[in-house]
Design a protein around this ligand. Structure first.
Ligand SMILES: *[C@@H]1O[C@H](CO)[C@@H](O)[C@H](O)[C@H]1NC(C)=O
Ligand SMILES: *[C@@H]1O[C@H](CO)[C@@H](O)[C@H](O)[C@H]1NC(C)=O
Ligand SMILES: *[C@@H]1O[C@H](CO)[C@@H](O)[C@H](O)[C@H]1NC(C)=O
Ligand SMILES: *[C@@H]1O[C@H](CO)[C@@H](O)[C@H](O)[C@H]1NC(C)=O
Ligand SMILES: *[C@@H]1O[C@H](CO)[C@@H](O)[C@H](O)[C@H]1NC(C)=O
Ligand SMILES: *[C@@H]1O[C@H](CO)[C@@H](O)[C@H](O)[C@H]1NC(C)=O
Length: 444
């Protein structure tokens, strides 16, 4: 298990290598077995440690509605691929629904942008790729209110808009509405998310500071001048998907295309987001192969093979999971295919038979635990292809507001989604460089 002093040591190491190595070198190769990593604190957007306290916290019902919308969006994008987001007629502008619902995103990180570095609080999203912040100048019609001052590119010595005549802009234009087509000199971008919120502005080049002394030069992000949607006062979003525009892919020469995070057990606690992977045989991790859907590089997929409740394996054949599971930071509740969901629900209800069930809208297995001082929640464990098995945190990785944090995603042939409640306290390592996902228990 990596204790905090070790993490700090690794952070200092990466400063050293970045300072002396330069951008062109593949640190991830030369640094084996202790590869470059950098870690930033992560908090829940509505927790007591959130940098911006929005008095209008969404209700449980509203969170579940947002969760459902995000899950539906991911499912539809995953099942249709990118094709459905582009028109057959190249002359028609079709909204590029290339981000999941952002209003369900729940975790934020603070990074520094520009020179001198200005702190920016960003929603963390494994379900989209382009990172963006709201940029000055921008009036109240075009930028939603945020707590920090708007990022002002004119005050940064390292800011530069990306020119139209660059490969970066041409590649972006394929999916994100290259603004150069309307005669502009600077590369335009636009992202419309599944919940209808959107951002539009100038695709830009800037220095990103991940931790004191740990910088990413030439980081490409959207300087947003026109946003819609209530983003809860946060300054922007950091995209961690698997497509070229994401922070993870942009920094793959530094960090090997790997990142990990740990979501805390409770919203009042902090976790972390780290770029880079621990050494190949880092203790405490179990690994399973990672894949992507054809034509959708953004999402990360794993294959479940079994689930146990209270130590007893559910009677679900591995074929019931054949559609695969997307693992996502922004979906809250896990969606399991029909057979697996029904088996889990039955076993869980049986183990919790001492407590009264309570109807609660979107989720069908909620309890009234008022008056019980000693509630015994059964262990739930996932087994993935290759045999990796993880125990979900009891109870914070299983229950959300006293409800089983699962619902049925659809038929057995379809996709499922592993939501963020199940991921709490685990370090989840997305190691695209090695084609695997790792899990480490008790990481935060
Ligand atoms: C786009 O518009 C041009 C001019 O109006 C037309 O010649 C061309 O066929 C159109 N392209 C498509 C794919 O419809
Ligand atoms: C905000 O800026 C836009 C574009 O410059 C302009 O069209 C709009 O009228 C402005 N709104 C306000 C309230 O100033
Ligand atoms: C971003 O800035 C760096 C450093 O100034 C430059 O080398 C690079 O070409 C720029 N990238 C783009 C796409 O403009
Ligand atoms: C970890 O891997 C390195 C390099 O392959 C090896 O030298 C070392 O013995 C391994 N450590 C353990 C505990 O397996
Ligand atoms: C939950 O249980 C308590 C104690 O038995 C009871 O007073 C309360 O009405 C119940 N709440 C609901 C919503 O049923
Ligand atoms: C709580 O319940 C468990 C299992 O029934 C039992 O072993 C334990 O002694 C109980 N603890 C208290 C404080 O009642």
């Amino acid at each position: 298990m990596v204790s905090p002093p070790v993490l700090l040591f690794i952070v200092l190491c990466s400063c050293y290598y970045i300072a002396h190595g330069g951008d062109e070198h593949g640190f991830s190769v030369t640094l084996e077995p202790r590869r470059a990593t950098v870690s930033v604190p992560l908090v829940h957007r509505h927790g007591s440690r959130a940098p911006s306290q929005n008095p209008d916290k969404p209700s449980f019902t509203e969170r579940l509605r947002r969760n459902r919308a995000r899950a539906n969006y991911i499912m539809s994008r995953a099942s249709h691929g990118m094709a459905s987001t582009r028109g057959d007629d190249a002359n028609v502008s079709i909204p590029t629904h290339l981000g999941g619902s952002v209003d369900s995103l729940e975790y934020v990180v603070t990074v520094g942008l520009g020179t001198p570095a200005v702190p920016q609080v960003l929603l963390m999203d494994t379900g989209s790729d382009v990172s963006w912040v709201q940029c000055a100048p921008c009036n109240s019609t075009q930028c939603y209110p945020q707590k920090d001052p708007l990022f002002d590119p004119s005050k940064s010595s390292t800011y530069a808009p990306i020119a139209c005549d660059t490969g970066t802009c041409r590649k972006l234009g394929d999916h994100y509405q290259n603004g150069c087509t309307d005669g502009g000199a600077h590369c335009g971008y636009a992202v419309e998310y599944g919940d209808g919120s959107k951002t539009r502005g100038v695709y830009s080049n800037e220095t990103l500071t991940l931790a004191p002394g740990v910088t990413v030069k030439d980081f490409h992000f959207g300087c947003g001048h026109d946003q819609r949607g209530d983003n809860d006062k946060y300054d922007g979003l950091v995209g961690l998907g698997g497509a070229p525009e994401s922070l993870v892919v942009q920094t793959s020469s530094l960090y090997g295309g790997a990142f990990s995070y740990c979501l805390p057990a409770q919203n009042s606690k902090a976790g972390f987001l780290a770029l880079g992977a621990p050494s190949a045989n880092a203790t405490g991790f179990v690994f399973t192969p990672m894949r992507h859907l054809p034509d959708v590089a953004t999402f990360y997929m794993v294959t479940l093979t079994g689930i146990s409740v209270g130590g007893k394996q559910l009677d679900v054949p591995p074929s019931a999971f054949r559609g695969g599971m997307i693992i996502d930071s922004g979906t809250v509740v896990t969606g399991l295919p029909h057979t697996a969901y029904n088996a889990l629900q039955a076993a869980f209800r049986k183990a919790m038979a001492a407590y009264p069930l309570l109807p609660n809208g979107d989720l069908d297995t909620c309890y009234n635990l008022t008056g019980y001082s000693n509630v015994t929640v059964p262990k739930v464990a996932f087994t993935f292809s290759g045999g990796a098995t993880i125990d979900l945190d009891v109870p914070n990785g299983i229950l959300l507001e006293d409800c089983l944090a699962f619902h049925e995603s659809g038929p057995d042939v379809g996709l499922g989604i592993i939501g963020n409640v199940n991921q709490r306290t685990l370090e989840v390592l997305y190691d695209a460089g090695r084609g695997k996902v790792g899990f480490r228990s008790g990481a935060c």
